[in-house]
Design a protein around this ligand. Structure first.
Ligand code: 4AD
Ligand code: MG
Length: 503
């Protein structure tokens, strides 16, 4: 209940057979003669409200008939259960009150291009897709905090203004700090390591910044990352923590957001299978897969599939274009036009996949041990698996200075990336940290970083150094995977990308 007798759509199950009042916005409407169907949204869901001539005054009937999309209003009527209806309940309207009419709302139910929607993000929030993603993001963030808080971790807020690089120097955002350069945090890890020496198990969670020059579907310049850090942990323990953590998040989303996952077309059956243990591959084994006959066949099969998809889309486009040439009703013409926009964008995507497939196949076949795995390599490995994959023991020279060299094979480090399955790619990066003072200094020199910037960080290795490690999970990439979004920009309220900052 909000005020007086107002209820919320998510509470309608408690009002069946009774009169109730809803306050919200007009999401969509259609009229046919003496009956109108108003879809109202109120922030908690959607409800179909049926207005029949004779049940309300003629004047109100007429007003509602001409009411624009996104007008705000209050509606009163009797609630009945109806499985076929959106949300499962309907209202037979007996009265209504228009709070503020809206005309010419810019985002209509027809398709819009992504740039248009990003420029209208402040309004696009009201769409079902954005609403469902927002609800899931809320659950994911709550589950993240719950997991660490309930497992003995202490939250440590690490700074956003940093004196030196925490990852690679190329992706630093510089800030003028009273005439001196500072940088926006790329990670909270280095500060968090110091806190692990005080609290044992810690985590930080906040916005992270990277001047990523790549305009890919996996990169934002501002994203949210949660990072746990644990003293006295080895690589196996870290992998177990990561798989339990990701499984916990998924279980919570499946429990709390099933209907939103359905609306978004997420692969719920695939998510239900995500339980520990995840797959474990070393980097060397991953390279063997990439260069194998199996990968070659897999990619060739994919190419055939893309070509089939292209054919189906082209046939449908031709069919619709033919229809458009003839005499058809205006509503049908509009519907076809919207579908054509969708199909042309799908066609462009399939064309890109067809174009990239041989390039990616070649990159994989010629992959040389020693390079970092590229986006397309991760995608291939990830597409060949149905559960997340840990890739461990990367070549030392391809990785950050702080990763601990494997004492059994000094060419590789004790690190891992977790790749989400079905082509979604890396969602976690982590490692055991180099805990030997001299080796760490040598790595800092090797990477041409200034040792004096890391004096405090090196102190951890001077005073009671212990094995320790942690990882970072990207929140938007995780949500994109869970909700089957193609681009992570849909998974943060106000995305920041290299070439796009609108609102
Ligand atoms: O693999 P990364 O770079 O690891 C670190 O930052 C470590 N310091 C974490 C740690 O060990 N405490 O980033 C971790 C994760 C990635 O796996 C990815 O999910 C996400 O952060 N990420 C991004 N997400 C969106 N846009 C970007 N530009 C991202 N860069 C990394
Ligand atoms: Mg990484």
């Amino acid at each position: 209940m909000t005020d007086n007798n107002t209820t919320h759509i998510e509470q309608l199950k408690n009002h069946v057979g009774q009169e109730a009042t809803l306050k919200g916005w007009l999401y969509n409407s259609r009229a046919s003669g003496k009956i109108q169907f108003l879809i109202i949204r109120d922030g908690t869901g959607l409800c179909q409200c049926i207005v029949e001539k004779g049940n309300v005054s003629d004047e109100l009937f007429d007003q509602l008939k001409h009411l624009g999309q996104e007008s705000s209003l209050s509606v009163t009527g009797t609630i009945r259960a109806d499985e076929r209806s959106v949300g499962g309940y309907e209202m037979a309207v007996t009265n209504a009150y228009i709070i503020a009419p809206a005309t010419d709302y810019p985002i209509t139910p027809k398709s819009h291009g992504i740039d248009f929607l990003l420029k209208h993000r402040h309004l696009h929030f009201r769409s079902q897709n954005q609403w469902c993603i927002g609800k899931i993001r809320h659950t994911v963030i709550d589950a993240i905090r719950r997991f660490y808080n309930d497992n003995g971790f202490t939250l440590i807020d690490t700074p956003i203004l940093m004196a030196a690089a925490g990852e690679d120097e190329q992706s630093l955002f510089e800030v003028d700090y009273f005439g001196k350069p500072l940088f926006l945090a790329q990670t909270g890890q280095l500060h968090l390591e110091t806190a692990a020496m005080s609290f044992g198990k810690v985590y930080c969670f906040g916005p992270t910044f990277r001047a990523e020059k790549s305009k890919t579907r996996r990169h934002l310049t501002e994203f949210w990352m949660v990072e746990p850090e644990v003293a006295f942990i080895e690589l196996d323990g870290l992998l177990e923590l990561a798989e339990n953590f990701v499984s916990f998040i998924i279980a919570r989303v499946l429990q709390d957001n099933r209907s939103q996952l359905e609306t978004l077309g997420a692969d719920i059956a695939a998510l239900e299978k995500i339980t520990p243990p995840f797959y474990r591959l070393t980097y060397t084994e991953a390279v063997d897969i990439l260069t194998s006959e199996k990968a070659r066949e897999f990619l060739a099969g994919q190419l055939e599939e893309f070509k089939n998809q292209k054919q189906i889309i082209e046939n449908r486009i031709a069919e619709l274009e033919e229809e458009q040439k003839g005499q058809i009703k205006q509503w049908k013409r509009d519907k076809n036009a919207a579908e054509l926009i969708e199909l042309r964008s799908e066609l462009a995507e399939v064309d890109t996949k067809i174009e990239n497939n041989p390039k990616h196949a070649q990159l994989a076949a010629e992959f040389q041990w020693g390079k970092d795995l590229g986006g397309s390599d991760e995608t291939i490995i990830s597409q060949m698996h149905d559960k997340p994959i840990f890739v461990t023991h990367y070549p030392k020279l391809a990785k950050a200075f702080y990763m601990k060299a494997d004492r059994a094979n000094e060419d590789v480090v004790l690190n891992f990336d977790m790749l989400a399955p079905a082509g979604f790619g890396e969602i976690i990066g982590g490692s055991i940290r180099e805990d030997d003072y001299d080796r760490l200094v040598a790595r800092i020199h090797e990477q041409n970083l200034k040792v004096e910037n890391y004096d405090w960080y090196l102190d951890i290795r001077k005073y009671g150094s212990v094995p320790h490690g942690g990882f970072g999970l990207g929140v938007e990439r995780t949500i994109a995977w869970l909700t089957s979004q193609k681009h992570i920009r849909q998974c943060i309220p106000f995305p920041r990308m290299m070439d796009k900052v609108y609102i």
